[in-house]
Design a protein around this ligand. Structure first.
Ligand code: GLY
Length: 351
């Protein structure tokens, strides 16, 4: 099939790459590929760390995609962070939040090793005072490397503007700004990150709470640490704010005190594409031959390999997973009423 994919973020590119691998003729259209949420995402592949109460489908999909990541990364030639995730609480109240997460993970059959403050600091000497935590065997990846690898694979198939010629199928993967009639399905939720460089980066991905404030620190090779991320419903543009940056740095410095001397490389913000039920839209719409791959909220990087497969399966005619079927959030199309002013078609009438 001739397929146009609108949107060159990690979801659009991964979907296009999968469709190309399956033998379709694919073009990706994006005026600035890779410059949306994928450019700022921290890249945690952490379904356990991101699990939330009342969202079992989110965890099921995240865990399924996390299992795909090792072979996916190998295929793209990008390294994974394999040193694990520490979920920590700074004070006694924060420790309660960690314990709640541990109970949730237990109910989802996820292994989470409980650790005291001393154990945590022995494992991760860069940590400051922490009351307790858990260790998760989860990974991270640099989303910019993933996007660069996908762009390389797709080459001239990625265009800044729409190509001439019709497509058999259109895949809309434009993140938090969907065109009509789907625009109301997704809203932007601002996420801010601060990029630091330090000689004292933590070895683990560190997630946690400091006086109730959530924060995560994701180390990259070469001493960069991505500190994220605020989660803010808003009506203005996705720009970093003084308050957001202050909250992130204050919490990050408590968890890893040596960050006090880190160099600030950048403060960045993007909108995450959030749906009403916090599950993505992957599959058919009521418009024949138009499919959605959008609305991944906090999980675009984690869900990219699974989304690519589900989307390509749906384009090829498979029934979508009901949890992500876009039609769950779309009203049934109302059949057009007959036009009373239209001329009588004549001929035999059914009575
Ligand atoms: N996945 C992490 C975030 O959205 O902040």
């Amino acid at each position: 099939m001739r397929i146009h994919v609108l949107g060159g973020g990690i979801i659009g590119l991964a979907s296009a790459d999968e469709l190309l691998t399956r033998g379709h003729d694919v073009v990706v259209v994006d005026p600035a590929p890779g410059s949306g949420a994928s450019a700022v995402a921290a890249g945690m592949l952490s379904p356990g760390g991101e699990a939330w109460h009342g969202e079992p489908d989110g965890h099921r999909l995240g865990a399924a995609s996390a299992r795909l990541w090792p072979s996916y990364a190998a295929r793209l030639g990008v390294p994974l962070h394999e040193d694990g995730v520490l979920l920590v609480g700074h004070d006694a109240g924060d420790r309660q939040l960690v314990l709640r997460q541990a109970e949730l993970l237990q109910s989802l059959d996820v292994e989470a090793e409980p650790l005291g403050g001393g154990d945590l600091r022995r494992l991760e000497p860069s940590l400051g005072r922490v009351a307790g935590g858990i260790r998760l065997q989860e990974r991270a990846v640099d989303p910019r490397s993933v996007v660069a690898a996908l762009l390389l694979r797709l080459g001239a198939r990625v265009r800044r503007s729409a190509p001439r010629g019709e497509a058999d199928v259109v895949v809309v993967a434009t993140g938090s700004t969907l065109p009509e009639p789907w625009s109301s399905l997704v809203r932007g939720v601002r996420g801010e990150v601060v990029r630091l460089r330090t000689d004292d980066a933590p070895r683990h991905v560190v997630r946690g709470w400091v006086a109730g404030e959530p924060v995560y620190l994701v180390p990259r090779p070469g001493g960069e640490v991505v500190v994220g991320a605020t989660v803010e419903e808003h009506d203005d543009g996705p720009r970093p704010t003084a308050g957001g940056v202050l909250r992130l740095l204050r919490a990050a410095r408590v968890l890893v005190p040596a960050l006090d001397r880190a160099e600030v490389l950048a403060c960045e913000a993007r909108d995450r594409p959030a749906t009403r039920d916090h599950l993505p839209l992957v599959g058919p719409t009521h418009h024949p031959w138009t499919f959605l791959a959008a609305g991944h909220f906090r999980h675009g990087v984690l869900l990219a390999p699974l989304t690519a497969r589900l989307l390509a399966d749906a384009v090829e005619g498979a029934d979508p997973d009901p949890a992500v079927d876009p039609r769950r959030l779309l009203p049934e199309p109302v059949p057009a009423a007959p036009d009373p002013s239209a001329p009588d078609p004549g001929g035999p009438q059914c009575t």
